[in-house]
Design a binder for this molecule. Structure first.
Ligand SMILES: [Zn+2]
Length: 75
């Protein structure tokens, strides 16, 4: 098996690890609705990606309203 030739000191190890850090996610505004979106991801508000509708959010909202109407009918 691969084996380290020599021990790496605490200082050298810690200096190497100073470059390990969390970066803030890259956020851009949606081309369609202007909602803040992470790059290369579908917009959560309108369901668009690169100018095309991937998830039809309007239909989903209509479906939700149908279920709410069903609840009101039971009263
Ligand atoms: Zn959008």
């Amino acid at each position: 098996m691969a084996h380290p030739k020599s021990r790496i000191s605490k200082q050298r190890k810690r200096k190497r690890r100073t470059h390990y850090k969390i970066e803030a996610p890259h956020v851009v505004s949606c081309r369609n609705c202007g909602n803040p979106v992470q790059r290369h991801r579908i917009c959560d508000a309108c369901g668009n990606y690169r100018g095309r509708t991937i998830i039809n959010k309007v239909e989903q909202v209509e479906e939700d309203f149908d279920t709410i109407d069903d609840v009101q009918v039971e009263e």
